[in-house]
Design a protein around this ligand. Structure first.
Ligand SMILES: Nc1ncnc2c1ncn2[C@@H]1O[C@H](COP(=O)(O)OP(=O)(O)O)[C@@H](O)[C@H]1O
Ligand SMILES: [Mg+2]
Length: 324
């Protein structure tokens, strides 16, 4: 059994208009997506801004009212509040946000910020609590003098470490990391990713790792889902996605990974333009008449793509020739 199973998740926001302020339409932020997160793994959810990633993340933590879905944890559906309560779900599943400056209360000291989940979920004495907060600071590589400081006194990378310390405080099973390094410089990104991996190994935590950049998740994720316009357009292992992408949208995201090697920039740019050209010419093939992505079809035990079956088969044949 997977740690968490998300089945046909839909989150539609009503749009009201007119004199009576009636619901006239809806934004289909998430429109029928399914995936499983295994214990101890990092699952990547990747797509451009606006594709519905944060809404998905918030639904999995239980912060979003879902239109329909079942999200199974330990055999129970946690979209029902009573089940979240009886399973201690809010203790087991925590969240890290992209923007640590607005997600950490600026008026609270680091000691109180990290202790907050402990105070909510665990009955510790003052001394036990302080010891635990010091341990957590140590785990994320910060000194004890951080205890009495405020969030603005730290750099972006250090604040992300504080966000991680708070998220792991209760020893959760799953952490939803929503663009955890997107606001950081490249060199700092690598540091934060490395200690997130270290913490995962030590505590056996699973991550749902959300990003708009396929370059960032490459070394983090065993399995990846590509999200586009509220739907999943491709699911696969790291090898499937990076070495055998099939959907044009996945190929665009791959072509958009920033090239750090100056010598390869011209080639990289040429490739990106070529992919954009294919996208313009062949879009129709990849989306239905309403512009929606097709249902996923499975093309190997690990790899699925959102295409009509005949188109998928044709593509696989063509890709095979290219690779041969
Ligand atoms: N509370 C809301 N009310 C209406 N529309 C929303 C709300 N939250 C998000 N959306 C819309 O849902 C879509 C997906 O948003 P989001 O999940 O934040 O995407 P991402 O995290 O991939 O950038 C966007 O079009 C966004 O404008
Ligand atoms: Mg987002």
């Amino acid at each position: 059994m997977s740690l968490v199973e998300i089945k046909d998740l839909k989150v539609h926001y009503p749009i009201r208009s007119g004199f009576w302020n009636r619901v006239t339409d809806s934004v289909k932020a998430v429109d029928g997506i399914s995936f499983n997160i295994e214990a101890g793994e990092t699952y990547g959810l990747v797509g451009e801004s606006g594709s519905g990633k944060s809404t998905t993340g918030k639904s999995v933590v239980g912060l979003e009212k879902v239109t329909s879905s079942s999200i199974m944890y330990k055999g129970k559906d946690i979209t029902k509040k009573a089940n979240r309560k009886s399973l201690d779900y809010n203790h087991d599943v925590q969240m890290i946000f992209q923007d640590s400056l607005s997600s950490l209360n600026p008026r609270k000291r680091i000691e109180d910020i990290i202790a907050e989940p402990l105070r909510n979920f665990e009955n510790l004495s003052k001394d036990e609590e302080k010891l635990r907060v010091l341990q957590l600071l140590d785990i994320v590589g910060l000194d004890a003098d951080a205890l009495y400081k405020y969030p603005h006194q730290f750099s972006g990378g250090q604040r992300q470490r504080i966000g991680v310390a708070r998220a792991v405080a209760t020893n959760p099973k799953l952490i939803i990391a929503d663009e955890p390094v997107s606001a950081l410089d490249l060199s700092v990104q690598a540091q934060v990713l490395n200690f997130m991996k270290k913490i995962q190994r030590e505590f056996g935590i699973s991550y749902l790792f959300i990003s708009h950049d396929l370059g960032v998740v490459r070394h983090m994720c065993n399995n990846i889902a590509i999200m586009n316009r509220g739907r999943l357009v491709e699911i696969g292992t790291r090898d499937d996605i990076y070495n055998h992408p099939l959907h044009i949208y996945t190929k665009r995201l791959l072509a958009a990974i920033p090239e750090t090697n100056v010598n390869d920039r011209a080639k990289h740019r040429a490739n990106r333009l070529a992919v954009e050209e294919v996208y313009r010419e062949q879009q129709d093939k990849y989306y239905d008449d309403e512009g929606k992505a097709y249902p996923l079809v499975q093309i190997s035990p690990t790899h699925s793509v959102a295409l009509p079956e005949d188109v998928a088969k044709e593509l696989i044949l063509k890709e095979g020739e290219v690779q041969a």
